[in-house]
Design a protein around this ligand. Sequence first.
Ligand code: ZN
Ligand code: ZN
Length: 291
Amino acid sequence: MNSLNNTIDMNDFVCLDHLKTFEIICHQCNLLLCARCSTNHNKQHEHNKFCDHIDDIKQSLYKYQSNTQKQFKKQKTTHISTDNNNNNNSSSIFENSRILELWETIKSSNLYFRKLESTESEIKNHFHKMHQYLVVEEQRYQKPIQESKSKTLDTIKNNIEELKHIVNIINLEDRESDSEDNNNNSADTTSSYSIESIMESLNKSNSLLSFIESKDKTVFNISAFTNDKSSYKDLESLILDSIHKYNQQFKKSLIKSNKPDTPPDYQLKTESINTTMIKEMKFLQESYSWL
Ligand SMILES: [Zn+2]
Ligand SMILES: [Zn+2]
């Protein structure tokens, strides 16, 4: 029995048992047969009704081609009958019903695919809108907080600056004798002057004294303040001028109420996320008839 596979070379398109050209196909076994094979095959299996000779196939193909348009038109208007559609039928692949069946299935699959695509983009748009809404909402809530933070930072900076002046004036007399000690201070780095570092010290300090001590090498370092001490004829003039400068710089804040307006207290009160915002999605079980 021949068991030739589909990758056969066209030059070898002969039955190797009988060295004869294949002429017949058994649709049931999907076997190519030469005339002699065919006789044996039908004796063994009685597959005569499943066998097609190439001449008959050619004839039916020709007939099919010439009638295609006419037949398609005819079939289109009448319901496709699948009664005769039997894959074992010898001539099934040449029947209009099979071709139309494929066509309808492809069309139907295509339609279903488009529907899936449309639902997919609907879901995407819905969540995109929700995402945008959330971004806008978040910004709306954050904005006054950020503005308040920025204002508060400015207040801290200004008040630290003023505190620095006062502390330095107070220390002028004390440090007059030992101001040389702090002239070359290695602890004096730019980062320890930063507002972040100052606020960190504020967190750690329980008293004004401990805060000033934590920053006495940098923010409250008197040597920077008294660098031009030599230009004063005595300590008294230095103190007087320092107070004068202080008044020039901070008088405005002295005149206006030193108590800043009570800042608003922002609190976030949330409930668990409301999931009904998300449209309920139903998986409609649509029965697609694959015809
Ligand atoms: Zn067979
Ligand atoms: Zn043969």
